[in-house]
Design a protein around this ligand. Structure first.
Ligand code: ZN
Length: 239
């Protein structure tokens, strides 16, 4: 990341924390503290130091605060499951490309943007209403639901769906909107707790997928893979 970009990010970071949440969170999502708590819990022990985690959190928060706020697949809104998976694969590739260019800061920022989408899936879909925390899910290869899939507004039981956003954009009466389905805060009680728990598990899985991808990246020989891993996770970094 060049100097100008870094200055812009610093300003953005200040604005994010100063702006009233209602103005910043255009897309609706886990609040900032929830995203941060999920990430910090999931990354513990993997070798990320505090500065690295701060950059990951900055990228995560930026998804709700700036241009991506109105991109449905950045939040798995509006049943954009296949596009959301594509975004997650793209972000993993983006981290590898940034490491290849020796841009560690942008790699961590990109990782945070991917993690935001991972975490929103569990707040914005009905996965936790239909599965346990132990149920596996391949977030990198989701399919869109059929157009005639009904979202049960009373129980949210049934096939995988997510809420439409903005809330006045319900495409049909059989679909749910974000305001009905989301578990963005603890006002939704047990459903929020389940979403946080599963988001934490899958955040860790996503980072493990990244570490695996570094170890298998075509075009990188063994020394280069070791170098890239060391760039992302400097040995001896306190955690
Ligand atoms: Zn979001």
């Amino acid at each position: 990341m060049n100097k100008t970009a870094k200055c812009a990010w610093l300003l953005c970071g200040v604005l994010v924390f100063w702006c009233p949440r209602g103005l910043v969170l255009q897309a609706g999502a886990f609040d900032f503290s929830t995203h941060r708590r999920i990430t910090e819990t999931a990354l513990a022990g993997l070798g990320f130091d505090a500065d690295s985690i701060a950059l990951v959190n900055q990228g995560n928060i930026a998804v709700d605060a700036f241009d991506d706020a109105t991109v449905p697949e950045a939040h798995f809104d509006s049943e954009t499951f296949s596009k959301g998976s594509e975004r997650l694969r793209d972000k993993l590739g983006g981290v590898l490309d940034s490491l290849d260019e020796n841009d560690r800061d942008f790699a961590l920022d990109t990782l945070g943007r991917g993690l935001h989408t991972v975490q929103d899936f569990f707040s914005h879909s009905n996965f936790v209403e239909n599965n346990s925390v132990d149920t596996p899910i391949d977030l990198l290869n989701l399919q869109d639901p059929p157009a005639d899939l009904v979202c049960d507004r009373a129980t949210f039981k049934g096939g995988l769906t997510s809420g439409y956003y903005p809330d006045n954009k319900r495409p049909s009466e059989i679909k749910c909107v974000h305001a009905e389905l989301n578990k963005d805060n603890d006002l939704t009680g047990e459903r929020y707790s389940l979403a946080v728990a599963k988001a934490t598990v899958e955040t860790r899985h996503y980072v493990e997928s990244l570490l695996k991808a570094i170890g298998t990246r075509p075009g990188w020989d063994a020394p280069r893979r070791a170098e890239m891993l060391k760039l992302l996770l400097p040995p001896g970094a306190p955690n």
